[in-house]
Write a protein that binds this ligand. Structure first.
Ligand code: CP3
Length: 372
């Protein structure tokens, strides 16, 4: 098994399991909270690490990746950490270069433009998906080192990008306003698109399983581009692969004799299809800010566990407004299981103090509600 499951027993016991309990729908003493991109440029201590190293150098260095993962935990009473890395390490494992250009974002110099380019990737990967994922073993090392350094403080998330989102970056060649190349590709070359999605899916399963072997206690799949596709195309080009990841990860962990971990799916911009996303085999549904939690629960069905969903821009408001919006969010949620989060990631111009207000208010309001 990648990573070696012998490690798992050696990690310090978990002191705060609130996020894992909420993910399983169990009673909790307070609503657990973390923030997507909580390790990022809004933190001066993150910028100082980044001033010395390139983005993917930080990802490839277990000691730097674990340092920036721990930074937000030192400031805030967070109930979860997420390993510092990027969803775009998967294209790198498939033999496709990705560079992070300051001020622009991720760029893929040789984008996937034709079915022949997909063929090249399929040949590069071959039959052995485990071996392919092994090129990302530096992430597994970062996970193991971070688990050690966290000393049981709270659970550690592992993550990957959803196949459609990864494919969209590979075909588009970087971020985009309208994803024209990526969307044209699925229309013009549906068969090649499915081949590429299949390879990304199988390597992602191995990658996630390796993270659990290395110590990840919960996994999140980011379908950040889900909202770019119309619902019927989401059903064809994204949802089946998300379902396969959930099924594949669970089956592989069971076969390896490792305890299952909760799985979170975040299909950003696809709240219109939450009823379908709720049936993909995940334990927790990530909710963006385009829907209120009450409506999300109605759509997802009874007993579902949600994660979200404060509009990140709310953190630009004064503290009193942030507190008011937190109370609104928790009131909308009612008494269903929730992992509080933002509806998308932290932005570079956010203030750390305002994130602190969000976290403290989630804890204060939910503790008060649960003690009455
Ligand atoms: O704290 C955490 O959440 C863990 C680390 C994390 C990063 N990226 C670090 C990062 C996670 C979970 C991601 C996921 C990711 N990466 C997603 C899915 C989540 C989402 O935001 O929708 C996506 C789409 C990417 C691709 C990506 N990586 C983009 C579009 C960018 C550029 C952002 C920008 O504004 O420049 C990145 C770079 C990136 N990944 C940064 C961080 C902290 C900032 C860049 C830097 O440090 O130079």
């Amino acid at each position: 098994a990648p990573g070696g499951s012998g490690l798992l027993a050696a990690f310090p016991p978990l002191k705060n399991d609130t996020a894992l309990r909420a993910a399983k729908g169990l009673p909790v003493s307070h609503t657990p909270v973390w923030a997507m991109r909580q390790a990022g440029r809004y933190l001066p201590e993150f910028r100082s690490v980044r001033s010395l190293s390139q983005f993917f150098e930080v990802c490839r260095s277990p000691s730097l990746a674990s340092e920036v993962t721990l930074q937000p935990l030192r400031r805030f009473a967070l109930d979860a950490a997420i390993i510092f890395s990027d969803i775009l390490v998967i294209p790198q494992a498939l033999g496709v270069d990705v560079v992070m250009t300051p001020g622009i974002g991720p760029q893929i110099p040789n984008r996937v433009a034709t079915p022949a380019d997909v063929e090249t990737i399929v040949k590069f990967v071959g039959e052995d998906y485990t071996k392919c994922a092994q090129s990302l073993s530096y992430v597994w090392e970062a996970v193991a080192l971070t688990r050690m350094r966290m000393n049981g403080h709270c659970p550690l998330f592992g993550f990957c990008g959803a196949p459609w989102t990864i494919m969209a970056y590979m075909v588009q060649g970087g971020g985009s306003r309208n994803w024209d190349h990526a969307k044209a590709f699925v229309l013009n070359h549906p068969e090649a698109a499915h081949q590429l999605l299949h390879v990304i899916t199988e390597v992602s399963i191995e990658y996630l399983v390796g993270k659990v072997h290395a110590g990840a206690q919960i996994l999140q799949v980011f379908d950040s581009n889900a909202g770019e596709l119309p619902p019927h195309q989401l059903k064809e080009f994204s949802l089946p692969y998300l379902a396969r990841i959930a099924e594949g990860v669970k089956a592989r962990l069971a076969a390896d004799g490792v305890e299952a971990v909760p799985l979170v799916v975040f299909a950003r911009g696809a709240m219109h299809s939450l009823d379908l996303v709720a049936k993909l085999g995940y334990d927790v549904l990530g909710i963006d800010w385009t829907i209120d939690l009450k409506s999300a629960r109605a759509k997802a069905g009874p007993g579902c566990v949600l994660q979200g969903n404060l509009d990140p821009c709310t953190l630009f408001a004064p503290p009193e407004v942030i507190r008011q919006e937190v109370r609104r969010m928790l009131a909308d949620n009612g008494d269903g299981s929730l992992i509080a989060n933002l509806g998308h990631g932290m932005l570079p111009n956010h203030s750390p103090e305002h994130l602190g207000v969000f976290i403290e208010e989630i804890h204060a309001v939910s503790r008060a509600a649960k003690s009455t």
